[in-house]
Design a protein around this ligand. Structure first.
Ligand SMILES: Nc1nc2c(ncn2[C@@H]2O[C@H](COP(=O)(O)OP(=O)(O)OP(=O)(O)O)[C@@H](O)[C@H]2O)c(=O)[nH]1
Ligand SMILES: [Mg+2]
Length: 448
């Protein structure tokens, strides 16, 4: 099967062979089509695609079938100039085994995501985050490759360590060099993270009555388009390619007397590797320190995909241990009929009865979103008394709009505003309980 990338100059394409697991389930069909989109986004031209049984632990795919494909490729192509893309995440051992079998570069799903991210990274912070993620992901494979070169496969490293003098064992030298590189990257990232946190604190102090909204969701759902439409700008780049946005962007709009900050950030996909989420945690935390999170889902896709992408979004958010208030925005409704929209809404309501869902079309009409923002404008003000506790105080600073504070030596008092107390108050109480801090909360002003 041959596919040509639609958007870019074909001469800049890299050629690859794509090996996919047999699409025996709907889920696998979904993953395979997503894999093709990833390959496209990474600017590879697929010159042959094969679907193969995944029945082998050492090679992931059926070895017999792999051998046949290898023989065929050697007849049809100049194999050394090709890349072999594996349509799944595979273990480091499987990766190295495939590399040894085909003697060409092997790229699995995580490598591909990392390649796309590396290509899109614009800021120093995201470049360092990718570098760290690549280093972590490469570590085991670099080790296995070295063991293969040294003829140490199958042997326990410790059995052979007597071969080398102190400090000479090549595996230890490799480990030490990777650990050192990781430490340098982490240090640089920590410095940038502190700078960013300080900027956020200042922004929140200066604009303490503003509303903070975050746009998150599956890649290509339309987050950047919504940001651009709401802020009437071209702040974020929009493209059908996956992972078009990588760096968190903040824009503000003025809605009558209310200043609203909206952030757009990296999209999610199924199986987004944990080490990659970890690397992006600090930038995502920045994006998600919001009063409200709009989870954007492409509503034009088949209902099973809509449900699946929503689940991935919710799971990824939970992995980031975020407790913010969430609303589901079903985008791209201009591409479906009224009946199709109703079918999706009733399915979502059945699965997530608590969740508020707002259908919109970012390209045609975002009025329902603006109306909702107007509804959540009022703030309820609370007085909160608690025995001195710095962790609880920081939690309140992250989750509420602090208006004033006073302290005696052991009793502290805060006045803060909440935009959605039904959601935030239980969270605050849960946190207080977890920290063992008895709190007293009292409504002092309600602007309903
Ligand atoms: N028809 C239609 N297309 C839309 C709508 N919203 C976004 N799109 C298109 O969907 C594609 C992806 O939009 P983006 O705004 O880049 O999506 P994103 O969620 O920011 O994607 P990533 O940055 O890759 O995570 C673009 O081609 C947009 O033009 C919509 O409401 N209707
Ligand atoms: Mg985007």
């Amino acid at each position: 099967m041959t596919r040509i990338h639609s958007q870019i100059n074909p001469s800049s394409l890299k050629e690859c062979i794509l090996l996919l697991p047999l699409p025996t389930t709907i889920n696998q069909q979904f993953l395979n089509s997503e894999m093709r989109a990833l390959v496209d986004s990474a600017q590879y031209q697929v010159i042959s695609e094969y679907s193969i049984d995944t029945n082998n632990l050492s090679y992931f795919f059926s070895v017999q079938r792999l051998q046949e494909i290898k023989n065929q490729l050697e007849i049809d192509y100049n194999v050394s100039s090709l890349n072999l893309v594996i349509g799944s995440h595979i273990s480091p051992k499987q990766g190295v085994n495939l590399e040894n079998l085909f003697e060409i570069r092997i790229i699995d799903k995580f490598d591909l995501v990392l390649e796309i991210f590396a290509d899109r990274a614009m800021t120093e912070e995201s470049k360092l985050q990718i570098e760290l993620a690549q280093l972590k992901y490469q570590r085991s494979r670099d080790r296995l490759r070295l063991m293969h070169r040294l003829g140490l496969e199958g042997a326990w490293h410790s059995e052979r360590s007597g071969f080398w003098g102190p400090g000479e064992n090549p595996l230890n030298v490799l480990d030490a060099s990777i650990t050192k590189k990781e430490a340098i990257l982490r240090k640089k990232l920590l410095f940038l993270k502190r700078q960013r946190e300080e900027r956020r604190r200042v922004r929140k102090r200066i604009h303490k009555n503003s509303l903070y909204i975050s746009l998150v969701g599956y890649t290509s759902a339309g987050k950047s388009t919504i940001l651009n439409t709401l802020t009437d700008s071209f702040a974020s780049s929009v493209d059908p390619r996956l992972f078009e946005t990588l760096d968190t962007r903040i824009r503000s709009i003025q809605l009558d007397d209310l200043k609203i900050f909206i952030t757009d950030s990296v999209g999610f996909i199924e199986d987004l590797p944990t080490f990659l989420i970890d690397s992006f945690k600090s930038t995502l935390e920045e994006a998600l320190a919001a009063d409200i999170i709009f989870m954007i889902i492409d509503g034009s896709e088949p209902v099973d995909y809509v449900v699946k992408k929503l689940k991935v979004t919710c799971d990824t958010l939970s992995e980031l241990t975020l407790s913010n208030n969430r609303v589901l925005i079903l985008n791209k409704t201009d591409l479906i009929t009224q009946n199709e929209l109703e079918h999706r809404l009733s399915k979502l309501n059945e699965l997530y009865p608590e969740m508020l869902t707002i259908p919109i079309s970012a390209v045609n009409d975002v009025t329902p979103l603006k109306n909702y923002i107007n509804v959540i404008r009022p703030v309820k003000t609370y007085k909160c008394n608690y025995p001195a506790n710095h962790s609880f105080r920081s939690f309140c600073y992250e989750n509420a709009r602090i208006e004033s504070e006073s302290c005696t030596h052991s009793d502290w008092e805060m006045i803060f505003g909440l935009r959605n107390p039904e959601y935030s108050i239980p969270n605050i109480k849960r946190k207080a309980k977890a920290l063992g801090v008895p709190v007293e909360l009292e409504v002092v002003k309600s602007v309903d």
